[in-house]
Design a protein around this ligand. Structure first.
Ligand code: PXP
Length: 240
């Protein structure tokens, strides 16, 4: 059964718009879990634009599902992860100007830094996933560096409107998924997944975990978070 990680950064974005105490991502995590979330995902960014240190600390105490901390290979954030010890860390690229994560991490460009970060996290017992584009060179390097999992970036797939272009992206993701699994790493995917485009991704045979934020939080505004999570969970399991 595919696991659903619910990204609750947007809840913190609304709170930070007023720099107040509500809505609290800790409440959101509890509701997401009641809706069937297998994991709660938060991104502690260097600029703290949404999730704050306090959120990660409290979520670590309260989340019963898996806590997945997204982070850049940044020493300050890695130190925090090594103190709090989430179940999983997902290493992502981070640019101050971007609205959201724009693509996979280029681990070929900075192998030693990525390797050092993976080791530090794994020494604390943290399961490490790398957010990558479906590029065979990146995937092979993830294996060489000892990553436990690869989260495939589905952002490009999700932007396609044309059926042929979408199928081309899907085929790349399928091939990459098999490669990740053949290397003995766990297959995750995320970014831009919605109630409308998630099924072909959930149907990739080796898929273990999907991380979804924007679409679930958007639907939650109308139907409530528990219901929005339950609907997504039902959908991704409808393939099984
Ligand atoms: N996975 C990763 C690595 C991400 O950075 C994000 C966005 O923060 C997501 C999944 C979720 O993407 P979306 O909000 O588009 O569902």
């Amino acid at each position: 059964m595919i696991e659903l990680g619910v990204n609750i950064d947007h809840i913190a974005t609304v709170r930070q718009a007023r720099k107040t105490v509500e809505p609290d991502p800790v409440w959101a995590a509890a509701l997401a879990e009641l809706g069937g979330a297998d994991g709660i995902t938060v991104h502690l960014r260097e600029d703290r634009r949404h999730i704050q240190n306090r959120d990660v600390r409290i979520l670590h105490e309260t989340v019963r599902a898996k806590l997945n901390l997204e982070m850049a290979c940044n020493d300050e954030i890695v130190d925090i992860a090594c103190q709090i010890i989430p179940n999983q860390a997902t290493l992502v690229p981070e640019k101050r100007q971007e609205v959201t994560t724009e693509g996979g991490l280029n681990i070929l460009a900075d192998k030693s830094r990525v390797e050092k970060t993976i080791r530090r996290l794994q020494e604390q017992g943290i399961f490490v996933s790398l957010f990558l584009d479906p590029d065979p060179n990146q995937i092979e390097t993830a294996h060489q560096l000892g990553a436990n999992a690869v989260e495939l970036h589905t952002g490009t797939y999700s932007l396609q409107t044309d059926k042929i272009a979408m199928e081309k992206e899907l085929n790349q993701l399928r091939t990459a998924g098999k490669m990740i699994s053949d290397f003995g790493m766990r297959l995750h995917a995320g970014h831009g997944l919605t109630y409308h485009n998630v099924l072909p991704i959930a149907a990739i045979p080796q898929m273990f975990e999907l991380n979804i934020g924007h679409s679930i939080i958007s639907r939650a505004l109308y139907v409530g978070l528990k219901e929005a999570v339950a609907e997504m969970k039902k959908l991704i399991h409808s393939n099984c």
